[in-house]
Design a protein around this ligand. Structure first.
Ligand code: 5GP
Length: 182
């Protein structure tokens, strides 16, 4: 059976990945989203099994031990990972989008060489911080951690296949879709 491509989307927290991915999936019904497991608590409005699988640290460790992750990493004091079986299952139906940070993206690049890696940049660091704060769902100590992490993440963009700027979510989604369709 032919397999859909894995499309990895990375970008600093607050860059607007969720919005861009949402627009892409509305436009291309064959795209599916890989739901990650995380130990971070749900934000208001986040639904278990839709945005993430919210698990305990013990459950996460158990999944690591079972080899259940295609990739995983610690980010801002929490664990995040891509369940391997789910990604494989979804690939049978078309391309699968992975919203993961660069350390995880590097693991995917090694284990799935034909994965397409796309990095989303904010128009500026000031705009990133403004968006992160404006979301109103991230505690101040987490904002500081995430901005520090953002600097490191943006340095990683050079080994991605494509870099796009999210100056406007609709335009950014169109650009990524045209990359995928190439
Ligand atoms: P958030 O807590 O804001 O939802 O996500 C924080 C970061 O974790 C984001 O950069 C997101 O891309 C990344 N992330 C989400 N799921 C995964 C995953 O399964 N694996 C890895 N490596 N990173 C993830």
């Amino acid at each position: 059976m032919s397999k859909g491509k894995l499309i990895v989307i990375s970008g600093a927290s607050g860059v607007g990945k969720g919005t861009v991915l949402g627009i892409m999936m509305k436009k291309r019904k064959d795209l599916s989203f890989s739901v990650s497991a995380t130990t971070r608590p749900p934000r208001p409005g986040e639904v278990d099994g839709v945005h993430y699988y919210f698990v305990s640290r013990e459950q996460f460790q158990e999944m690591i031990a079972q080899g259940a992750f295609l990739e995983y990493d610690a980010h801002a004091a929490n664990f995040y990972g891509t369940p391997r079986a789910q990604a494989e299952e979804k690939r049978a139906h078309g391309p699968v989008l992975l919203d993961i940070e660069p350390a995880g993206a590097k693991q995917v690049r090694q284990s799935v060489p034909d994965a397409e890696l796309i990095f989303i940049m904010p128009p500026s660091m000031e705009e990133l911080e403004r968006r992160l704060r404006g979301r109103g769902d991230t505690p101040e100590d987490q904002i500081k951690l995430r901005m520090e992490r953002a600097v490191w993440e943006m340095e990683q963009r050079f080994w991605y296949d494509h870099v796009v700027v999210n100056d406007d979510p609709e335009r950014c989604a169109e650009e990524i879709l045209s990359i995928i369709e190439e």
